[in-house]
Design a protein around this ligand. Structure first.
Ligand SMILES: CCCCCCC[C@@H](O)CC(=O)SCCNC(=O)CCNC(=O)[C@H](O)C(C)(C)COP(=O)(O)OP(=O)(O)OC[C@H]1O[C@@H](n2cnc3c(N)ncnc32)[C@H](O)[C@@H]1OP(=O)(O)O
Length: 307
């Protein structure tokens, strides 16, 4: 049987991504925090003002751990240039994100990114491409974070024998496995996204028109532009920092997220959390449609003394 020629796995796996350097400032950190809803309900929120303002004379504003995820988004335009990979960029969806944070992020820095391919899978109707981004602080050479981004390329699968579909990954499977407990959650947090949420969030560097252009949203199969997956993740992890970390963002060691369903800007997000030793399992639901949209875990360095 002839296979879809959307993807030549040998060429894709052999591709070397170019290294990139960029600088961010406190302004980017604050715009990001506002983009994931910090202080949206309460402009003097005692847990969150520090992400957008030099609260109590602090020298630098604090950085949300999920800010490191945007270091990986610069790889998006590069995907179109990967030899051996053909896909309709309007049909691309963010499938999963795994983040390791090695030290609290500085309020401003020049970052040097090294990107490698971590996985490629033929799912028949789609292919999944996984990229790893290691982000180094240029001045010190220190590794700040690792991101593994899985993109779900609808319509770009079926390039291998369906009886043994092509699959390659170079990372431990246990990093992406988790089960939602059947018990009552330890904590639940409800938060509203704004109708303009994606228009604000995109200023943090993901300018994919799927999140802003009504025509592109429709071409992708949605009634209107959808929210960035990493924005939903930012809301979910903020809820965990509030409810479990008691406001201390530096407790977070690693984060795993699987995007289950799209979110429309303006919808209400309910984050349910379960605590299993130093791991917080979480599930984010859209209240208006009663649908699960995101699940994953957050690994902590330690527990808050007041828990
Ligand atoms: C490099 C830098 C890149 C930066 C990227 C940033 C880009 C952003 O601008 C784009 C976005 O933010 S898009 C918004 C966020 N994402 C979403 O809304 C997607 C939500 N998820 C879905 O719609 C479906 O799960 C969907 C459509 C993903 C899958 O649903 P179905 O088609 O129903 O799939 P299903 O039949 O259940 O499963 C088929 C096989 O695929 C695996 N799979 C399913 N969901 C997955 C997911 N989310 N991530 C990874 N793999 C996934 C299944 O396990 C299954 O494989 P197998 O048969 O081997 O079990």
């Amino acid at each position: 049987m002839a296979h879809n020629s959307a993807c030549n796995p040998d060429l894709v796996l052999a591709h070397k991504f170019s290294e990139k350097t960029f600088t961010y400032t406190e302004r980017d950190v604050a715009v990001y925090a506002l983009g994931v809803g910090a202080c949206a309900r309460d402009a003097v929120d005692t847990d969150e003002l520090k992400y957008v303002y030099h609260e109590n004379g602090q020298q630098f504003i604090k950085v949300l751990p999920t800010f490191s995820a945007i270091f990986s988004v610069g790889g998006l335009p590069q995907l179109g240039a990967v030899p051996g990979l053909r896909f309709d960029k309007r049909l691309l969806l963010h499938g999963q994100q795994y983040i390791e944070i090695y030290k609290p992020l500085p309020a401003n820095a020049t970052i040097h990114n090294k990107v490698t391919l971590a996985g490629l899978h033929d799912k028949g109707k789609a292919s999944i491409l996984e990229l790893e981004t290691r982000s180094y602080e240029k001045e010190s050479g220190e590794l700040l974070s690792l991101n593994r981004t899985s993109v779900f390329l609808r319509g770009a699968g079926g390039f291998s024998d369906p009886s043994k579909p092509f699959t390659y990954s170079n990372y431990p499977v246990n990093q992406t496995s988790m089960k939602i407990p059947k018990t009552q959650p330890f904590a639940v947090f409800e938060d509203c996204t704004q109708p303009s949420q994606a228009l604000l969030y995109r200023l943090s560097g993901d300018y994919n028109p799927l999140h802003s252009d009504p025509m592109v949203g429709k071409a992708a199969g949605f009634s209107r532009p959808i929210l960035h997956g990493l924005c939903t993740l930012g809301f979910g992890v903020r809820a965990i920092i509030k409810c479990i970390c008691r406001g201390d963002q530096d407790m977070i060691k690693s984060i795993f997220a699987r995007f289950l369903l799209h979110v429309y800007p303006g919808e209400t997000l309910i984050t349910e959390m379960w605590l299993e030793d130093l791991r917080v399992i979480y599930l984010v639901k859209v209240k208006e449609r009663n649908r699960a949209v995101l699940s994953g875990y957050v690994q902590l360095h330690r527990l808050a003394a007041s828990l």
